[in-house]
Design a protein around this ligand. Structure first.
Ligand code: C5J
Length: 226
């Protein structure tokens, strides 16, 4: 239901989210080829990419409706400079897999900016005017200009989607929460290689009266946008 000031109530957990369209941006986290595509880095590590790919269609529908409503969209990509000067040695070493960040992977150098695998999947490709935030960490606010862009554009709320639920989505929602943003996470638009971590990641956001934010289904956002 739309209130006289333009606020719309979206059914969510732990309670309804007061959606203010002009102050809310869609932030799509790391929908990158290396994480989602068969033959990419994620699959090379033994992960089941279908767990992430199920988020593509709901994200496509939400993105189309969001663009149709003329609201603000931002995308992020996790990755590093070609010279790896911004890659902490501890991040490079962690995982102890045969190939790590910066090495040649199935779609170019792994998580290096400008490489094929680092790019956003075609289904959700950014349009001109939609900022793409290149982030070296898991959280989208760390070492980026995201906060400045949101502040300059009068954004106070975020609908956060993308991958993975418990890593970059959760870290970003926590960072956003500490900076005063209200975050709404549509559960069908976020995914993890590990279903149990996906479930736990969502529970952590909405626990204790919404300690980090709200969780809903994209159908409820679509209905508020229509
Ligand atoms: C990970 C991410 N899982 N985007 N990145 O390394 O969640």
């Amino acid at each position: 239901m739309t209130q006289p000031n333009g606020t719309k109530s979206i059914d969510a957990e732990p309670y309804a989210f007061d959606f203010v369209p002009q102050k809310c941006a869609l932030l799509i986290i790391d929908m990158q080829r290396d994480f989602l595509e068969p033959g990419g880095f994620g699959e090379m590590l033994g992960n089941d990419v279908s767990q992430l790919r199920r988020t593509i269609e709901p994200n496509k529908a939400l993105l189309a409706a969001w663009r149709g409503a003329g609201l603000q969209v931002l995308h992020t990509r996790e990755g590093h400079r070609g010279d790896l000067a911004d890659l902490p040695p501890a991040k490079k070493a962690r995982g102890r897999s045969e190939k790590t960040i910066g090495d040649l992977g199935p779609m170019g150098r792994i998580l290096v900016r400008g490489e094929d695998g680092h790019d956003i999947i075609a289904e959700l490709y950014p349009q001109s005017g939609e900022p793409v935030i290149d982030k070296p960490g898991k959280g989208a606010f760390f070492a980026t200009d995201l906060h400045a862009i949101l502040q300059n554009r009068g954004i106070e709320q975020l609908v956060v989607t993308g991958v993975t639920t418990e890593v970059c989505v959760n870290t970003t929602v926590r960072e956003a929460n500490d900076r005063g943003y209200e975050c709404l996470v549509p559960e069908d638009c976020v995914g993890s290689y590990f279903p149990e971590f996906h479930e736990a990641g969502l529970k952590m956001i909405k626990a204790q009266g919404g300690i980090f934010g709200w969780v809903t289904h994209s159908a409820k956002i679509l209905s508020a946008l229509s």
